[in-house]
Each structure stands twice: as structure tokens, then as C-alpha cells.
Design a protein around this ligand. Structure first.
Ligand SMILES: [Zn+2]
Ligand SMILES: [Zn+2]
Length: 332
């Protein structure tokens, strides 16, 4: 990873140039950088610049880019579904196979400026939201995972992993009225933050998370478990923590296959669901942040420059527990 100079970019028809204010470093970018497993962004697609969790200010508008003005603060939806396929017509735009994405198939926001389709840019009330609204995208991911798990108010939710997605899932579950939120996380600092932002209990998985979840729920187990790490140990914890008839959502990116004993699934009537991105939940996340209904500010652990980014990627891939959400401010 290195910083390079490029000319432009310029806004084409229905496009806008966004001057990037803040762009979050995502776990999926770290995977892309460090993983030996096949690329999540599609084998063979050259990806020049990552960065898909971002806000900024409109710098220029192309022909037909209506609804925005120069200077408007915006948060950008990195996906651009085709709008015409089976999934798009059904409202499941996250499953669109033709999805072009900023920071995926197209140049992302680890850059001073980025071009996006005008429809990707959503208004923010004013500049004061630029920093917090950079967490809109991962909050959308967290909300979608709860939708996939059919979370009902009052339920006990077990969240395996207190990284950025686990922590945002706590905020989302609390907002949606979870009765009890139990988090498992090995890092003490993250357990403390989890408790501060709304977890009812935070347990150390070294002491067998599922045993603790069972104890805390009088033997019953949780109604819903969300796996936010992507390794066998935490998936084991989720399966063993969930009551009969309960649901397990896979939100972590697994680099290795995982075996499930389907007889247990049958006997316990467990449902396992995958979750990928978000559909309408992106706008919902933006609305919750700017309404002050979900406060993501304590998750932002530091803001770095574009020139710091290569070393930050080295640090974060070497020690994922070191930070919560790191933001890049390419123009700051
Ligand atoms: Zn992301
Ligand atoms: Zn589509």
C-alpha cells in the first residue's frame, strides 16, 4: 500500500465529486490487505483504491446530478445496485450481482476526492455530523444483521466479538429494544466499552462464553446470537449459547470452512442465517445517527492522515484489538 498522486477526478453525467472528510477503516479492507483467502471483492477484479465508509462535501456536480449543491455535506452509500434485477426489484439491493461499488469495483475514498453517482450521496444536516456519520455504513451492516435474525424487543441477544461491528450491533440492538445484550470479547478495554455503550454483560470467551451465557439466562440460553468475528471458536460459542428454537446470524467473515452438526440443528431447531451488507438499513442508519438516536462517537478511537494509512494497516492487521474504529481524514 502506498500513496500516489492522480489527476482529477471529474464528474460525468449524473455524478458528483465528493471531497472526502472522513473514511472509516473497515475490517473487510484489512481482510483484503492481509488475507491469504480469495478476495471478497471478487477474484480478478483489480482494485486500485479501497475505502467505502465515508462522508464528505460536494465539490462539483456533473450534468443531470440534481438534488445536491456544491458545499453540501453528505454520507455516501458505497453500493450502486443495478435497479433492474430480481433482487433489486424485491428490495434486496444488497444481493444484486451487478452491484458497482465505491471502494470495491470502483475507486474508493482513501483519497482526497472521489466520484460517485448522485443517488449514492445522502444529505447530512450540517458539517458537524461528518465525523460521526462516517459510521453510517457499518451501522447499516449491524442493523441488517439484526433484521436477518428477526430480533424482537425484549429478547436476549448474544454478540460474539466486541470489534467495531460487534459494538455497533450492541448500539443497534439496544435501540431496537433488546431485553438483554451479552457480549463476549477477549480484550478488557473492549469489554469495558461494550458495557459503557449498552451491553448488559460482557464476558471473557477464555472462560467459555456459552457456559456464562447459560448461567446468566438461568440455563435457557439466548434467543438470538450474532457471530461478529469469523472464526470457529466464536461460531461454536454462538451455537452453544442459543436456546432451542433460537436464531444464529453469521456476520463475521470466515476465511475457513466451518462444520455444523446438522443433527444438533435438527434436534434444537436452530436457524442459521447469513447477513450481507444492508438494503434500506443504510438510510435508517444515517437517520438514527443524525437524529441523535444512536451515538457512535465513543467508537471512534483516532483520526489519521492519508500518509499514515499504510502504517495504520500494518498496525491493525498485526493487532486487531488495538483500536475501535479508525477514521482517515484525507484532507484534514
Ligand atoms: Zn465496511
Ligand atoms: Zn440489481
Amino acid at each position: 500500500m502506498e500513496v500516489r498522486e492522480f489527476p482529477g477526478p471529474h464528474a460525468g453525467t449524473c455524478q458528483v465529486v465528493v471531497e472526502v472528510a472522513y473514511c472509516g477503516v473497515c475490517g473487510s479492507d484489512l481482510h483484503e490487505y492481509a488475507s491469504q483467502a480469495p478476495s471478497m471483492r471478487g477474484a480478478g477484479i483489480f482494485q486500485p483504491v479501497m475505502g467505502h465508509e465515508f462522508t464528505g462535501t460536494i465539490l462539483a456536480l456533473g450534468k443531470g446530478a440534481n438534488g445536491l449543491s456544491v458545499g453540501d455535506p453528505v454520507v455516501v452509500h458505497p453500493g450502486r445496485p443495478c435497479g433492474a434485477c430480481y433482487y433489486c426489484k424485491a428490495g434486496a439491493t444488497n444481493l444484486c450481482a451487478e452491484q458497482a461499488g465505491t471502494g470495491y469495483r470502483e475507486q474508493g475514498a482513501y483519497a482526497e476526492r472521489v466520484v460517485v453517482h448522485v443517488k449514492q450521496a445522502l444529505h447530512l444536516p450540517d458539517d458537524s455530523w461528518l465525523e460521526r456519520a462516517a459510521l453510517t455504513e457499518p451501522l447499516g451492516v449491524a442493523i441488517h444483521s439484526l433484521s436477518r435474525g428477526d430480533m424482537n424487543a425484549g429478547e436476549t441477544v448474544f454478540i460474539a466479538g466486541g470489534g467495531p461491528i460487534g459494538l455497533l450491533t450492541i448500539l443497534a440492538a439496544k435501540h431496537k429494544g433488546a431485553g438483554r445484550i451479552i457480549v463476549s470479547e477477549p480484550a478488557e478495554s473492549r469489554r469495558q466499552l461494550a458495557l459503557k455503550i449498552g451491553a448488559t454483560e460482557a464476558v471473557d470467551p477464555a472462560k467459555v462464553a456459552s457456559v456464562q451465557v447459560r448461567e446468566l439466562t438461568g440455563g435457557l440460553g439466548c434467543d438470538l446470537a450474532i457471530e461478529c468475528v469469523g472464526i470457529a471458536a466464536t461460531m461454536d460459542d454462538c451455537l452453544a449459547s442459543t436456546r432451542r428454537g433460537g436464531r444464529i446470524v453469521v456476520a463475521g467473515a470466515f476465511e475457513q470452512p466451518y462444520s455444523v452438526n446438522l443433527l444438533n440443528l435438527l434436534l434444537q431447531e436452530h436457524s442459521i442465517a447469513g447477513t450481507f451488507g444492508y438494503a434500506s438499513e443504510f438510510q435508517e442508519a444515517r437517520d438514527l445517527i443524525v437524529a441523535g438516536a444512536v451515538d457512535v462517537s465513543s467508537l471512534i478511537s483516532r483520526v489519521v492522515s492519508l500518509h499514515d494509512l499504510p502504517s495504520v494497516f500494518e498496525q491493525l492487521t498485526g493487532d486487531r484489538n488495538r483500536d475501535h474504529k479508525v477514521l482517515v481524514a484525507p484532507n484534514g
